[in-house]
Design a protein around this ligand. Structure first.
Ligand code: DOR
Ligand code: ZN
Length: 348
């Protein structure tokens, strides 16, 4: 039942998620699989997923880490310029998309593409177009940190023009300028994270330095945050929720050379509900966290109902498993919505 103190999200989907591997996978996977129906899983583990064998074995490890939760991991492979049509055809039914990282722009992207020249990318992108495999892109250059996404927009534009039948997902958009481009081309779509809706650069380094809010692309100006909020709150049909929840060991964040990535899986639904409620837009939340992605990716998720209630949720200081310890966004802060119950399809 939805009233002002309770809200149900149907089959939430996280369309951009980092699950990592080994003990970290075992720690973070259940924090998503319990509350989401499915998630699009990023391939930038070490080594990145580039073969069918590696893909199937990673899928199996993910399923084991999710125990008995009704959750379907939607895997991706790491874009390589030498993928053949036959290889993509063979792997098509096992993946939801291919993820393209330009070389060196973020965590584990050292084997990313060296050049974004359309003609170098053309053979693979034409194969993907024919096979109807969507392309997810980390759209940043290596320019000045605040301008990296803006500088990448002409590349998105040339991809959109050259491959009109290719579905291109602008991952974790972080700036106002990206929205203008998104609306200009029918084949462009976007994901938006919780942290880009909630934070600005002031939350990273405006006071004391907070490494747990540091990510790529960096969170930007208040005007960017407001523009992204406007898009998410109206559940624009070309945008969907993708947390980009990117766990790193506590020591890898709280140090010199700290890693980029914000860990949000266990707080995402609570924060989004709070944001949509405070702005009087709860009626659009299901489209933002599930329906839009179902349409964009032709995804039919297993049914799962998450009931949230307006009750304080104190975010834990960290999550731990064996030697792994990860600090979530808003650690030790109190959110005004919490998860009350999870119903799998067998329960209703
Ligand atoms: O902040 C980020 N962390 N951005 C990315 O694109 C990758 C991610 C990670 O894998 O840690
Ligand atoms: Zn990511």
């Amino acid at each position: 039942m939805n009233n002002k103190n309770s809200f149900i999200i149907d089959s939430p989907l996280d369309m951009h998620l980092h699950l990592r591997d080994d003990d970290m996978l075992k720690l973070v996977a259940p924090l998503t699989s319990k509350y989401f129906s499915a998630a699009l899983v990023m391939p930038n583990i070490i080594p990145p997923i580039t073969t069918k064998e590696a893909l199937l074995s990673y899928k199996q490890r993910i399923k084991e880490a999710c125990k008995n939760d009704s959750f379907s991991p939607q895997l991706t492979i790491f874009f390589q310029t030498d993928y053949s049509y036959e290889f993509l055809k063979d792997i098509k039914d096992e993946i939801i998309a291919v993820k393209l990282y330009p070389f060196g722009v973020t965590t584990n992207s050292e084997t990313g593409v060296a050049s974004m020249d359309v003609d170098i990318l053309r053979p693979v992108l034409e194969s993907m177009e024919k096979l109807e495999i969507p392309l997810c892109v980390h759209g940043e250059t290596k320019g000045f940190i605040m301008d990296r996404e803006k500088e990448f927009l002409p590349i998105y534009e040339s991809l959109a023009i050259n491959f009109p039948k290719l579905k291109i997902i602008m991952e974790h958009i972080s700036s106002e300028e990206s929205i203008t481009l998104l609306e200009k081309y029918d084949n462009l779509y976007a994901t938006i994270t919780v942290h880009h809706l909630m934070l600005t650069l002031d939350d990273v380094l405006g006071g004391m330095l907070n490494p747990h809010t540091f990510c790529k692309p960096v969170v930007k100006k208040p005007t960017d945050k407001e523009a992204l909020r406007k898009l998410a709150l109206c559940a624009h049909e070309k945008v969907m929720f993708g947390s980009d929840s990117a766990p790193h060991q506590k020591e890898a964040k709280e140090c010199h050379d700290g890693a980029a990535g914000v860990f949000t899986s266990p707080i995402a639904l609570q924060v989004l509900t709070q944001l949509f409620e405070e702005n009087g837009k709860l009626e659009n939340l299901n489209a933002f966290v599930s329906l839009n992605a179902q349409k964009i990716y032709n995804l039919i998720p297993t049914k799962k109902q998450i009931e949230l209630i307006k009750e304080d949720f104190r975010v834990p200081q960290s999550y731990q498993y064996k030697n792994e310890e990860v600090v979530p966004l808003f650690a030790e802060q109190t959110l005004s919505w919490s998860i009350k119950s999870v119903k799998d399809k067998d329960d209703y």
